[in-house]
Design a protein around this ligand. Structure first.
Ligand code: ADP
Ligand code: MG
Length: 357
């Protein structure tokens, strides 16, 4: 990892307008991404974590300008992605690639592996026929697939192999940055680590920079240098990985961590059960967006939006933590990371996200 800033996301917002009918006026907005900022250095991996619907995919797609931002900026290698001219945008479209969650629906079933991996090269007019064919074979080898499979179709492959094809499709363009949008969520647990290992290997080999999206904090721990926890379009907490897992500050992060099974007694936490589902991002809760589900919520949390604060680069957005850090805590907060029993609520947590979610 270097100190060079590769990607800089600044106050990014993405709101989706909602219309009742085709011709009617916009009645409301889905505030899918609401004022988030983070830098990613060259060679670094930022994990982006949160429950389904909290805005992870929208963040990834807006960064790549597959969606137009409502407000804010994305700078790649010092250039503003939104104002890039045609030639620059072409270059950016090669430098920034995406691997999707579901290798079953994201690969065209009518195209051969060769066609799929070669497509980007054709679009970007890279190489002649033979050079492209050679590049496809080389890329397949790099992702651990036998190049002799080149004329097969996606249905002839297992889930893990298909995801290798997706990675090859992105890698063939020699990108510098990849958004990995839940790249292993649709795969068997037994092969998930193989794909993670492949991604780590490729990152080292090619100096790649990743935004690794997952709904599961345990998945991103190994691969991420830093982790951002998203809740309802906002960043609730962001820190270096070791720091976040050792010292989670935000109640939401603690809830997510408490649901991870662990054999390590030092890290075993009392399981915190979270109430209800993520509220609608059309009308986010007042004050702290997490307050209706937060086991520690107080009156102020309902009234007042907590500011995003940082202690030694560890960012969090929580009144209770803020008070605690300032030594004013009347919150029996996190230190012991457990809850009063009455706060253990009936419903079980639904952190399992259906494929495509
Ligand atoms: P995640 O990837 O974390 O599951 P998404 O970014 O897919 O979350 O979605 C965030 C919110 O934005 C959700 O409420 C989702 O329903 C909404 N959303 C996503 N895409 C669109 C769209 N094209 N139009 C309207 N709402 C959308
Ligand atoms: Mg998603």
């Amino acid at each position: 990892m270097t100190n060079n800033l590769l990607l800089n996301v600044v106050n990014l917002r993405k709101y989706f307008p909602i219309r009742k009918g085709l011709l009617s006026r916009v009645t409301a907005h889905v505030q899918a991404v609401d004022d988030i900022s983070f830098p990613i250095r060259q060679g670094e991996t930022l994990g982006l974590v949160g429950e389904s619907g909290c805005g992870k995919t929208t963040t990834g797609r807006t960064i790549l300008r597959l969606l137009e931002p409502t407000a804010g900026r994305v700078e790649f290698d010092g250039k503003d992605v939104a104002t890039a001219g045609a030639a620059e945008l072409r270059r950016l479209r090669r430098d920034m690639q995406i691997v999707f969650q579901d290798p079953f629906s994201s690969l065209n079933p009518r195209m051969t592996i060769k066609g799929i991996v070669e497509e980007g090269l054709i679009i970007h007019r890279l190489g002649d026929r033979n050079e492209r064919a050679e590049k496809v074979r080389e890329t397949l080898r790099q992702v651990g697939l036998d190049p002799s499979y080149i004329n097969r179709y996606p249905h002839e492959f297992s889930g893990g192999q298909r995801q290798r094809v997706s990675v090859a499709r992105a890698l063939a363009l020699n990108p510098r940055f990849m958004v990995l949008d839940e790249p292993i969520s649709a795969l068997d647990v037994s092969i998930q680590s193989q794909i993670i290992n492949l991604l780590v290997e490729l990152r080292e080999k090619f100096g790649l920079t990743y935004l690794f999206i997952s709904h599961d904090l345990s998945v991103v721990e190994y691969i991420s240098d830093r982790v951002a926890v998203m809740y309802l379009g906002e960043i609730a907490e962001m820190a270096k990985s070791e720091e976040l897992y050792a010292n989670p500050l935000h109640p939401y992060t603690q809830v997510l961590l408490s649901s991870i099974p662990t054999m390590d007694p030092l890290r075993r936490r009392k399981r915190i059960i979270l109430q209800g589902d993520v509220p609608s991002p059309i009308n986010p809760p007042s004050g702290c967006r997490f307050h209706p589900r937060c086991p520690w919520a107080k009156e102020v949390c309902r009234r007042q939006t907590p500011k995003l604060l940082a202690i030694d680069g560890h960012q969090f957005r929580c009144h209770a933590v803020e008070k605690e850090q300032m030594g004013e805590g009347d919150y029996e907060l996190p230190k012991q990371r457990t809850l009063p029993d009455e706060a253990l609520l009936k419903s079980t947590v639904g952190f399992e996200v259906p494929a495509g979610g």
